[in-house]
Write a protein that binds this ligand. Sequence first.
Ligand code: GLN
Length: 478
Amino acid sequence: MKKFQSLTEIQSALANRQLSMVDLVQYYLSNIETTKHLNAYVEIYEAAALDHAKQLDAKYKDNPETVGRLFGMVISIKDVLCYKGHQVTAASKILEGFTSLFTATAIQRLLDEDAIIIGRVNCDQFAMGSTNENSVYGPVLNPIDNTKVPGGSSGGSAVSVKSDTCLASIGTDTGGSVRQPAAFCDLVGIKPTYGRVSRYGLLAYASSFDQIGVLSHTVRDAALILEVMAGEDEMDSTSSQKPVESYSTSLQFERKAKIAYFDTALEHEGIHPEIKSTLSTLIQQLEGNEHEVQKVSFEYLDYIIPAYYVLTTAEASSNLSRYDGVRFGYRNKAAKTLEEVYRYSRTEGFSPEVKRRIMLGTFVLSSGYYDAYYTKAQKARQLIQQKTLEILQDFDYILMPISPTPPWNLGENADDPVAMYLSDIFTVQANMVGIPAVSLPLGYHSNGLPIGVQFMANRFEEASLFAFSEYIFNNYCS
Ligand code: GLN
């Protein structure tokens, strides 16, 4: 079977009766089998997906008008999203054997539009990481070069799409976890505005940063999936009441854009020369086509990572306190007292990186240190927000790299958490501010690995961001 890159292609093959949903699911299942070594899947819903495909084929045959907007869409979901009756573990031992009691709103909305879920994919434990090495299921390999990391934390999501085992994947992005693996695996990734998609049924990492996003081959598929998932939800009070625009049908971009980029980003000392030159070429091409591209100064870039790791670890320390060995998942059997249950279960259940963050977060919230760290980081966030939104009053988009370096070797930064944290320098800002951001597959390094470019827009400007992304994708991405 030919490799499908978009839902449009699949839907036309279905309409021409060249393809059935059963064929398609079987094709993906066989690809899952042949790409097992990449370690993207932690659970495959083989029987259920085939069954669902059969039902949808029958429904379509009966009356093609009755199928949903996502008929033909086969997706994988990151192991932090609840799907009733299915296990969810956040790639952690602490949730061993835990079964979701309800379905995340975002996932339910996809199902309601006739998407098929083919499996649950690997990720960094509790979505903490940038390489998908921090998982109880072991590392995920980059399908383009198996010695490299696929990015994280939604590494399994990116790999499942890139290795043609599904058409799109649902990931989450707290500081770059959709965009960075999308860039490392040559895909499109979107992190929407904070509050655009309900977080109900998402295992929380840092609640004021977390958003559910999409990884796909095309901008249109990401736009369509997002418009299905987005919108108000009474189960999440932070979900926005703003109506959702039809992103996928307003992808034409025919005007001149006003784009800002930061001197501190493109001239950052840590940025790889090939990434810098690829992005500089893009800037020249955009200017050549009469878009206005301006270098602006942004003096806060180096404060973003420290502030992010204070605030997210503080939130994580609180969110993860619920995993106590009593109510969910793993419990140490030898523990004799309540204190031992907590201590042993958490010690054995969480990975070293998750424990590091819980301890850091507990520390920055502790009395005597709260003002010095937590309050200060809140102030930094405020300043970063103000300045970014100010820039977005004058410009339509902000152009940024995704990662300062190409995908690195498996194991390379594993012993150096700070080096790992610093790799998030260009993606965290969108989460700090709550604005939407995309990652687009722009070009390639001389070693054949992909280079992504990021665009951010103002809050709830997804429609404009998608249209511009489609334009960039069609005209500048190789
Ligand atoms: N790499 C970042 C972190 O470890 C981002 C993770 C994410 O977006 N979930 O926190």
